[in-house]
Design a binder for this molecule. Structure first.
Ligand code: FUL
Length: 693
């Protein structure tokens, strides 16, 4: 009897377990590898760009730069890594070799490295210093090894692949654990190539024999993830832009073979047969390397927060770049921006108000206890709510004991068993009924949504469609502080004023009479028509919840350019120089100097001067006009010379340039470019404007 009882007890004890084994949702292939899972959980890590071209103010070294230029007198890798650590990053990827071919470690396979320079008598090894600093600060270390090498004489020949692999062996054996390797996609083109000074083309898909190169990498570093947008599918994918975002729909899947379109990179592929998640790489400044002229262009807090929501908040990771200055340090401005960004993220995601909710789900999986709704609020990423295998929709309700206030939701799928959710919505219970807050497509590892602050006693997540039964491991709700930044004000070519705020929630108030705006001023909703006159616009962003406002932003505009016309047969897209958008530009491809642009202002105006804003894109700095002439006319035949000269220091400070002259009436203006920063480049313009009486 005792034995029988014992067996029944054993049976009872074992049954739930064996049932639960049977009821575990099946993996939906493809699924991430252990290395990809470990990488995804890092979420946010740094890039550091530093090389010989830091000393020539170029984006890409040509490969012929004199190694002696490399002289980082204050080099301090511990400063770089400390900043990354304090910024909340989990690792650092460093440019061991960029396209110039110059090596920041004493590679035994080339002379083009820091072993042959006066700095520290050629005894330095920056990769070693980085690896040590990362160890000290407990950050993971990764390396960027450019497959393209503009210095190496053999680039383009099979011999170069041996060289490339030898360098890989050095980097992946001598410096401890490497979490990620970056194989940049820029491959082949003009270069020094040991003195040949020519253009060399390679076939990106075959030249590097990626399958065997990957094999070597994995043998040397079994825990590594490989980034590559140039050849065979690697572990991670480029998202098709360096602007700091991935698509709102973001599948961590791609087809294993074949050419990828921009859409595929941006959104992944719902039916992809390979797990290739997206990494969002972007720089804290416009360019990857340090350029003093960009000191005023460090990303602002709202820009960095947007980047975060559009990368980590969209099932991607964020790889944010710091450039190192020629002295070997990261600029204070970049440091401050990264630390403010960390502070704001910590504030935004400090208090999860969902933590004490009651969670109910419908439907529930047969074996409820293991896959119950409460798993989404238990702070354990390994537990999840699941429906039955054949159920692809379902809802989960979080009910609070007292009303809660929030404006962000963070949702996670249990991706170890595959990414599933195709469409979902979120709702809040307001005035006794459910109100939809948002409706979106994919979730993946992590999805964060922003919406105007609300207070409610119930929140609902509806899975509207899924590739297989949805598996939700986490839901968190936060009340992030509203970021109050002075709004941006532009005037388009129609003469309309467009004002935008940095965060989603603030309300904008503005004035056109020079008075300081308050909450009693006009409320901005759509572009404001200001006729042909010269408005002075002042605007504030106001937090509707507590009445706090930003500093005042103020912009004065000259006459409207609504009736202006570019009088040029070669004008093409020249109209962009009048659109009020500083980020759009036109390049005068007249192909010869002097190059001119002629404008009809539609009627006679009283002119006192003119303004020029060069193309704001970092790659366009050769196109910046340095020497000019300016003419006016009333009949387009007789031109009167008004001004000429040089925009001094425009290369280092490529912002608005103003030239004034004695008052004169004219209908036509002609701005002639005599010389650019880059001798052979076509002049580039973001905006041209006049100063009137
Ligand atoms: C690009 C490179 O050409 C840039 O110089 C930079 O390294 C960036 C991360 O990738 O493709």
């Amino acid at each position: 009897m005792k034995n029988l009882l014992f067996s029944i007890v054993i049976l009872l004890n074992f049954q739930p377990d064996s049932f639960s084994q049977l009821s575990i949702p099946k993996a939906l292939e493809p699924v991430p590898t252990v290395n990809q899972m470990r990488w995804q959980a890092m979420e946010y890590y740094a890039f550091i760009h530093f090389s010989i071209n830091t000393y020539t103010d170029m984006a890409w070294g040509y490969g012929n730069e004199d190694p002696k230029l490399f002289n980082p007198v204050q080099l301090d890798c511990r400063q770089w890594v400390r900043i990354c650590k304090e910024a909340g990053m989990k690792g650092v990827i460093f440019t061991a070799k960029h396209h110039s071919g110059f090596c920041l470690w004493p590679s035994q396979f080339t002379d083009y490295s820091i072993k042959n320079i006066p700095w520290r008598n050629g005894k330095a090894d920056i990769i070693r210093e980085m690896a040590d600093a990362c160890k000290e600060y407990s950050l993971k270390f990764g390396v960027y090894l450019s497959p393209w090498d503009r210095n190496h004489p053999d680039y383009g020949k099979p011999e170069y692949i041996t060289y490339f692999r030898n360098q890989l062996k050095e980097l992946l054996t001598n410096y401890g654990d490497i979490f990620e390797i970056w194989f940049d996609g820029a491959n082949g083109g003009s270069g020094y190539y040991g003195g040949a000074n020519e253009t060399r083309k390679i076939d990106r898909t075959t030249y590097y024999d990626w399958p065997n190169t990957y094999k070597l990498v994995r043998e040397l570093q079994p825990n590594i993830v490989i980034w590559n947008d140039g050849g065979d599918r690697a572990d991670l994918r480029w998202v098709g832009t360096e602007a700091g975002f991935v698509g709102e729909t973001n599948w961590s899947l791609l087809k294993a073979k074949g050419i990828l379109s921009d859409d595929m990179l941006r959104n992944g592929m719902e039916n992809g047969d390979a797990w290739v998640p997206g990494e969002v790489n972007t720089s804290i400044r416009p360019e990857w390397f340090y350029h003093k002229k960009e000191d005023q262009k460090v990303k602002t807090l709202p820009q960095l927060m947007d980047t975060y929501y559009n990368s980590v908040g969209r099932n991607g990771t964020l790889l944010l770049n710091f450039p190192t200055m020629p002295n070997g340090l990261i600029n204070k401005l970049d440091e401050m921006a990264a630390l403010d960004f960390a502070k704001e993220r910590n504030l935004a995601f400090k208090n999860n108000v969902a933590i004490n909710a009651n969670a109910h789900a419908s439907p529930v999986r047969a074996n409820d206890s293991q896959f119950a709704a409460k798993n989404v609020i238990d702070s354990d990423s390994k537990t999840y709510w699941a429906t039955n295998d054949n159920e692809k929709t379902g809802s989960i309700i979080l009910e609070f004991t007292s009303p809660q206030t929030f404006n962000r939701v963070l949702i996670q799928e249990y991706i170890s068993l595959g990414q599933r959710v195709k469409s979902f919505s979120i709702e809040a219970f307001v005035n006794n009924s459910w109100k939809e807050i948002d409706r979106q497509t994919t979730i993946g590892y992590k999805r964060i949504l922003r919406f105007p602050t609300l207070t409610t006693s119930k929140f609902r997540l509806n899975i509207l469609d899924s590739k297989s039964c949805p598996l939700i491991s986490n839901i968190e709700l936060f009340n992030a502080p509203i970021i109050l930044y002075p709004p941006s004000i532009i005037r388009n070519q129609n003469g309309d004023i467009i004002i935008s705020s940095a965060d989603v929630e603030p309300v904008i108030y503005y004035t056109l009479d020079g008075n300081i705006p308050t909450f009693k001023s006009s409320k901005y909703s759509t572009p404001v028509s200001t006729g042909l006159g010269k408005p002075m616009v002042k605007a504030i962003a106001l937090n509707p919840l507590n009445g706090k406002s930003s500093l005042v932003q103020s912009e004065s505009f000259d006459i409207s350019r609504k009736n202006w016309r570019i009088v040029h047969s070669t004008a093409g897209e020249a109209i962009k120089v009048l659109d009020g958008n500083e980020r759009s530009s036109w390049h005068n491809n007249a192909n010869k100097m002097p190059a001119e642009i002629e404008i009809d202002m539609g009627k006679t105006e009283s002119l006192k001067g003119f303004k020029y804003l060069p193309d704001q894109n970092w790659w366009a700095d050769g196109c910046i006009i340095t020497h000019f002439e300016f003419y006016i006319s009333n009949d387009q035949k007789n031109w009167k010379f008004m001004s000429s000269g040089e925009f001094s220091n425009i290369k280092n400070s490529p912002f608005w340039q103003t030239k004034t002259f004695n008052l004169i009436k004219a209908r036509y203006i002609k701005f002639i470019a005599l010389k650019n920063v880059g001798e052979t480049s076509a002049p580039g313009y973001a905006e041209i404007d006049v100063i009137t009486d």
